[in-house]
Design a protein around this ligand. Structure first.
Ligand code: NAG
Ligand code: NAG
Length: 436
């Protein structure tokens, strides 16, 4: 959620604002996913810095013995990638975190692409370049692995013992840019970081994997959608390759003032960072490049099995695409967009319409047997890496027809069941559990 505010004003977030948002989100997630509220640490694992996160997790450990302290995984700086020009925005090497698999999981790999917004102009990219999102010099030396990255068999029964890798995000265009802005010293090397890091992982054992899963959330979820088929192409036909995009279904939506805030933002990113050549060719053959940065124009063409996990009322999209400050000069949406109890009837109708658009977007996609789908009616953003939203064990994952997220993804990955779950709308009557 570090991207909060970027669309609205093209300004980098400020820490006090971020913390405020984090608190508001705590209230939102707390009220949306009742049991999850017990684990307030979930909020911190995306937005705030590492120190705060670790403090929270210690406190949580003592408060709730059931929830194991998250595994902290050290960073690896991939210096060898620099020769291939695969560098972060400031020219530093890319980086990843790796926790080796064991037992039956020793030949299976999860590759997780970190998320965290984008940058679309000199000012925003300058800010990014001097943060952990643009420089491996400034990244945390270790990060927690939770949810689908967890090493706990209770919290993460299907993937806990796999080799698990998190690739840090330091390019600014969902691992898809290519270019160099000499005047400002910006390296836009997302595609090279993607290629170099995957090649490196193949060289340290992933090449002989029998099962792999490419995953990521938010800007990382979009990266999964853009790169899923490329990922598949790196492996032998004997490797089972699948992808999971969490909160990556960014819609090309009309905002509350009738404009297209996210489209104009995406258009700037694509142009500034040289994304066009790296977009899926099946899309760029028929549509403009900005359209091909939108998942709705890409997902139907993905050949590799892919699972889309998204909240129908994705809070990032409500705040930054549907009702960004720039499209809401009177502030009519200010309360509603961070507190749905404050939405009036007409605002609620706009939110329901947004959900309808999302459901319509996945209609064709869901017709493919190999694809998976979980569109729940929470107000959330990123649910696979937060212990409380991923796992029922950690306190009540959002469920659709009594099946939570970890179970849904596992059933789909291992072919135990077809998973095409779309929850009824937020205010529907109680035929499905929708976690208010
Ligand atoms: C991986 O597990 C298999 C069986 O589970 C075992 O035969 C093999 O030796 C293991 N390999 C490593 C590197 O641990
Ligand atoms: C959310 O909105 C409701 C209704 O306006 C209000 O009573 C409540 O205090 C608000 N909650 C927060 C955290 O602002």
């Amino acid at each position: 959620m570090g991207e909060a505010g970027v669309v609205a004003n093209n300004k980098p977030f400020r820490r006090p604002l971020l913390l405020l948002l984090v608190l508001l989100l705590a209230v939102l997630v707390g009220s949306c996913c009742a049991e999850a509220a017990a684990d307030e640490g979930i909020i911190n694992s995306k937005g705030a810095g590492g120190r705060r996160r670790r403090r929270t997790s210690r406190r949580r450990t003592s408060a709730a013995a059931a929830a194991a302290a998250p595994l902290m995984v050290p960073i690896t700086i991939l210096k060898s990638a620099v020769d291939a020009g695969a560098v972060c925005m400031d020219g530093t090497p890319p980086a990843y975190h790796f926790d080796p698999g064991s037992g039956a999981g020793n030949n299976s790999w999860i590759v997780n692409l970190e998320g965290g917004g984008w940058c679309n102009n000199v000012r925003a990219c300058q800010f990014r370049k001097t943060s952990r999102r643009g420089s491996s010099d400034l990244m945390e030396k270790e990060i927690p692995f939770g949810g689908i990255m967890s090493s706990s068999p209770t919290d993460n029964p299907d993937f806990y013992n796999w080799n698990r890798v998190k690739i840090r995000y330091c390019d600014g265009a969902s691992f898809a840019g290519e270019g160099f802005d000499k005047e400002n010293g910006f390296y836009f090397r997302g595609q090279r970081i993607w290629d170099a890091t995957i090649r490196h992982l193949l060289s340290i054992g992933m090449a002989s994997a029998d099962k792999v899963l490419l995953t990521g959330c938010s800007a990382g979820g979009l990266a999964v959608i853009l790169h899923c088929d490329e990922f598949q192409a790196y492996f032998q036909p004997t490797t089972a390759v699948k992808c999971l995009a969490d909160a990556g279904l960014f819609l090309d939506a009309v905002d509350v003032s009738g404009g297209r805030s996210l489209r104009s933002y995406y258009s700037d990113i694509v142009a500034m960072q040289g994304v066009a050549p790296n977009l899926p060719p099946a899309c760029t053959a028929r549509l403009d490049t900005t359209s091909c940065f939108f998942p709705q124009n890409v997902i139907d063409g993905i050949k590799t099995p892919i699972f889309l996990l998204n909240a129908a009322y994705d809070v990032w999209q409500i705040q930054e695409s549907l009702a960004p400050n720039g499209a809401d000069p009177s502030g009519a949406w200010r309360a509603c967009k961070s507190n749905r109890s404050a939405c009036d009837t007409s605002q609620m109708m706009i939110l329901q319409d947004f959900r309808e658009q999302m459901v319509a977007t996945v209609r064709g996609f869901s017709g493919s047997r190999s694809n998976g789908l979980f569109i729940n009616s929470c107000f959330a953003h990123c649910q696979s890496e937060l212990p409380a939203t991923w796992s029922s064990a950690a306190g009540g994952s959002p469920a659709i027809q009594n099946k939570g997220i970890a179970k849904s993804v596992g059933d789909w990955y291992f072919g135990r069941a077809e998973v095409k779950a779309i929850d009824c709308p937020y205010d529907c009557d109680g035929t499905c559990r929708h976690i208010i």
